[in-house]
Write a new protein. Sequence first.
Length: 274
Amino acid sequence: MPSWTCEQCGAQFPDSAAPPAACPVCEDERQYVNWNGQTWLTREELATRHKLAWCDDLGVAGFGLEPGFAIGQRALLLPEADGCVMWDCVPLLTREAVEYVRSLGGLKAIAISHPHYYGAVADWSEAFGGVPAYLHGDDRGFVTRPHPAIVPWSGDSHRISDDILLVRTGGHFAGGTILHWRTGAEGRGALLTGDVAMVAMDRRSLSFMYSYPNYIPLNASAVQRIARAVAPLQFDRIYGAWWGRNIGRDAKAAFDASVRRYLAAISDHDAAIE
Ligand SMILES: [Zn+2]
Ligand SMILES: [Zn+2]
């Protein structure tokens, strides 16, 4: 029986003779259904049309689909002594990509920021013997392909290793998660934010949205909550969700300035004066 992937968001569904009736990720108001109607690709169709390509992104190994597919995020591989931690996931797995990850020491865990990037997480876990896939439990309703490797962690933080900490910020999704990598950026610390905190096109600032494609902003208290979660973390660099969408230096100051700019932009101070 074929396995089905949503062509619009890249979510993978369980094997079934016929494609699923709908994609809950795309039906959600944060995403959108293909303008021509819901469309699906089998695993074989996806692998025929796309391949996985990898390269270095600001000192970290990453990989993503070529040509670009669905939301277009890339995954990152954080190397540790006992294997890599994969941050965020992609909708495809290939034998060549598995060999590449093996050449970096293999995979010991997967952690994903939010449901838009769950992709083929079950395939990736299985390729490395069922390594745990940490997804925040508050978003478990968006898991389109349930799998025993998925660890629906709860609370506001979850430590994967001495140097890697998952922090739930909420905002974009209730379980929206960022990753703090203490030894990243040559020891100055790095934050991996997916689009829970979105690196803007100037690569000097960030924004915070409930929905990016549908332009739905977050309110002040949600952004203040993200800022409180990030405040204790030391970092000099932020890795966003796409190739090159990173803030290379002084990212802590950039983050704080972005929070202030955002709160000022949505303030109704002027309206109150009128
Ligand atoms: Zn979808
Ligand atoms: Zn998203």
